[in-house]
Ligand binder design. Structure first.
Ligand SMILES: Nc1ncnc2c1ncn2[C@@H]1O[C@H](COP(=O)(O)OP(=O)(O)OP(=O)(O)O)[C@@H](O)[C@H]1O
Length: 292
């Protein structure tokens, strides 16, 4: 291996289909056989992938894990670096969004043979001014509570089912305070909102139609009452992968802010909890260079 490998794989050994160090080394060997010099780094704790990506410089940085690991890498990546993805998670939303193969062998080949494109990123800013970039979506209220209910162990053994079971539990056992969502001079009240940078959600469920990832806009879908997700037309629409914005009020904007008077309303970013309201969200157009 050269002293400065041109590719770094940052892997989360705990994500869905990840194995041990050898698992990633075997796939690194596929890349090495085609002439890439590859360094494999396994994360040791949450947020470690952000530190490793920041130290990787302007190289090809391959995130091997689920959307949580991809998000951590995106939050450390130099603007000149390129992101590659080996999808090993439960939902692999960004990989789907980019049309990448979801099997590791196919994803490796795409890293070797694929092109590069630029896609938008969302940026969430909390009340203290801390920022978090997101590739797929932010969720306010209901889905953030669901994310908070699912343990890594449940995700590992039940995969997508863990979220479905938790979603019913959260829906029936919680009250959802109203949230005020503002974009420009328009204000809306909802009890659950999704602020989407891409059109897939939680796997291959759809928030909106394709093309959002490169549109320079975020799509906000407002759910006025969380119980309306059980309305037969909405529920079956979700199950049959129809875009949720067909049934719910939604709008596109470059910037959105959300607050809730007096209540603690959690926010999830790319499937991981990240603080609570008030928070603002903006799009950073074409901010991420990625293998596609
Ligand atoms: N070595 C580690 N030990 C414990 N947790 C880790 C480690 N590395 C990363 N994590 C945390 O695990 C979380 C989940 O990781 P990731 O998204 O890759 O897998 P997943 O949960 O199986 O997939 P998905 O996001 O598709 O559900 C990340 O937010 C990250 O903070």
């Amino acid at each position: 291996m050269k002293s400065n490998p041109d590719t770094v794989i940052i892997g989360n050994p705990n994500s869905g289909r990840a194995g041990d160090q050898d698992f990633l080394e075997r796939h690194a060997d596929v890349l090495r056989a085609e002439g890439l010099t590859v360094e494999v780094l396994n994360t040791e704790r949450p947020d470690h992938a952000t530190e490793l990506a920041a130290a990787a410089g302007d190289r090809l940085v391959v995130a091997a894990g689920g959307d949580g690991t991809v998000n951590e890498v995106v939050n450390g990546l130099s603007p000149q670096a390129t992101l590659g993805i080996l999808p090993l998670g439960t939902a692999n939303v960004l990989a789907r969004e980019l049309g990448l193969p979801l099997d590791v062998e196919g994803a490796c080949r795409r890293i070797l043979d694929g092109g590069e494109t630029r896609v938008d990123l969302g940026v969430a800013t909390d009340a203290d001014g801390a920022e978090r970039r997101f590739a797929c979506m932010a969720g306010i209220g209901f889905d953030a509570k669901v994310v908070g209910e699912v343990s890594p162990r449940q995700k590992r053994y039940l995969r997508g089912l863990a979220f479905q079971v938790a979603a019913f539990r959260v829906l029936f056992m919680n009250r959802f305070p109203p949230v005020e969502i503002t974009a420009g001079d328009r204000s809306h009240v909802a009890r659950f909102a999704i602020i989407a940078n891409g059109h897939y959600y939680g796997g291959d469920y759809k928030v909106t139609g394709p093309g959002l990832l490169t549109s320079g806009r975020l799509e906000t879908v407002l759910v006025e009452r969380v119980g309306s997700l059980l309305r037969p037309d909405v529920f079956w629409g979700i199950i049959f992968r129809r875009p949720l914005n067909n049934k719910m009020e939604s709008f596109t904007a470059g910037e959105v802010s959300a607050r809730s008077a007096g209540a603690h309303v959690p926010v999830q970013i790319d499937g991981e909890l990240w603080g609570e309201l008030p928070m603002s969200f903006r799009v950073d157009p074409a901010a991420l260079r990625v293998v596609c």
